[in-house]
Design a protein around this ligand. Structure first.
Ligand SMILES: [Zn+2]
Ligand SMILES: [Zn+2]
Length: 130
């Protein structure tokens, strides 16, 4: 087991450290080894901008969704906004936007995950029967 490492500040400590563009921590860029995970709201907003996926309105309800495919290649609507407690990771695979379901123990505490729109669409029952 690794020792817990003192975390970098999430706000400007005023000692010359600069904000990491990716994770949002205030770091010395020369020694910072970024884990690539945004920890501040600002860093998260930047990540979202970079990951601006095309959204559209669901055909059955007013929700904004993103169409992706499952790992098996089936079309799947994903809610556009990431939510705490989400378990769907959007990632590009072979040029396809792919929805990967993250196991609960790895999804815990993440804020970049979305949920399947099948789960909360009022018309989901209709969709599933297809
Ligand atoms: Zn960083
Ligand atoms: Zn819907």
């Amino acid at each position: 087991m690794s020792q817990p490492i003192a975390d970098h500040p999430h706000t400007d400590p005023g000692d010359g450290r600069t904000e990491c563009d990716v994770c949002g921590k205030y770091v010395w860029p020369a020694t910072h080894s970024c884990k690539g995970v945004p920890v501040t709201e600002r860093a998260l907003a930047r990540l979202r901008k970079r990951q601006a996926y095309p959204t559209e309105q669901c055909r059955s309800c007013p929700a904004q969704i993103i169409w992706a495919v499952t790992e098996r290649g089936k079309p799947m609507p994903v809610n556009a906004e990431p939510v705490p407690g989400g378990n769907v990771l959007l990632t590009e695979r072979h040029g396809q936007l792919t929805a990967v379901v993250v196991p609960a123990h790895r999804a815990f505490g993440r804020k970049d995950l979305r949920t399947s729109h099948f789960v909360d669409c009022p018309d989901a029952a209709k969709w599933r029967r297809r």
